[in-house]
Design a binder for this molecule. Structure first.
Ligand SMILES: [Zn+2]
Length: 241
């Protein structure tokens, strides 16, 4: 189990939905941002399935999730761009057109470290997370080699490191002690997701909020436990990029 990469100059986190990046890597990104890293977000879908309310105003939800993602990035201390692609939530594909857009942003933003969903995670049901994983991996390959998508107007770029979150075989930990509260603050900017991903039906009722905080802390503790770290986020580290 390796731990604690040197702080990169530029990091790009690629998530299927608004809130995925904060759940999976929020504290790591907050730690790097505090140390001078430029942190960018690339969100691949519009988040339009992120409700259990059959009467939801979907265009309003999509707009709210853009504002929430920007606020969450700011809460992390991220100073980079927040790019939201308009693929329909739940219908993300990992075809050439989607790969072209991901590779474009990798080339344009020139990250040292890319973070994204592990496409090899077994038994995960959500199709967007699988496709987002493939787009991250395939987007890197396309971005680094000049004969993929040569007409984008941006030159090739090869990141040094890929960190896969939701990893099937995690082998890398980031010590995030001191950044746990920042992660939770960023997650709580995703207010439209209180019911569906945080199980908070009444934010004025403190028990649900506390249960959510406890759940995130339990995950961070469990991640760190094998290496004797109090709180950690875990990843599959790929350096052969
Ligand atoms: Zn998601």
């Amino acid at each position: 189990m390796s731990r604690d990469l040197p702080t990169p100059a530029v990091a790009l986190a690629i998530g299927a939905h608004p809130d995925d990046v904060e759940f999976q890597a929020g504290a790591t990104l907050a730690k790097w941002a505090a140390d001078g890293c430029v942190v960018h977000h690339l969100i691949l879908t519009d988040g339009s399935k992120g409700t259990w309310n059959p009467d939801e105003d979907i265009p309003a939800l999509v707009q709210a999730r853009v504002v929430e993602q920007q606020a969450a990035a700011k809460a992390l201390g991220a100073t980079g761009q927040v790019i939201m692609l308009d693929n329909v939530d739940g219908e993300l594909a990992s075809g050439l057109a989607e790969r072209e857009r991901v590779s474009y942003w990798i080339r344009a933003l020139q990250p040292d470290v890319v973070l994204g969903h592990d496409p090899w995670k077994r038994y995960r049901l959500h199709p967007d997370h699988r496709h987002a994983g493939w787009l991250t991996v395939d987007g890197i390959v396309a971005a680094r080699d000049p004969f993929f998508f040569p007409d984008q107007g941006v030159g090739p770029h090869r990141p040094s490191t890929l960190l896969l979150f939701e990893a099937d075989e995690p082998d890398h930990l980031e010590d995030i002690v001191g950044f746990e509260a920042t992660k939770i603050a960023a997650l709580l900017e995703h207010r439209s997701q209180f019911v569906t991903t945080m199980y908070i039906t009444d934010e004025n009722a403190g028990e649900e909020l506390q249960a959510f905080r406890d759940r995130i802390f339990d995950q961070m503790r469990a991640n760190g436990d094998p290496a004797g770290i109090d709180l950690a986020e875990s990843f599959k580290l790929v350096t052969d990029v």
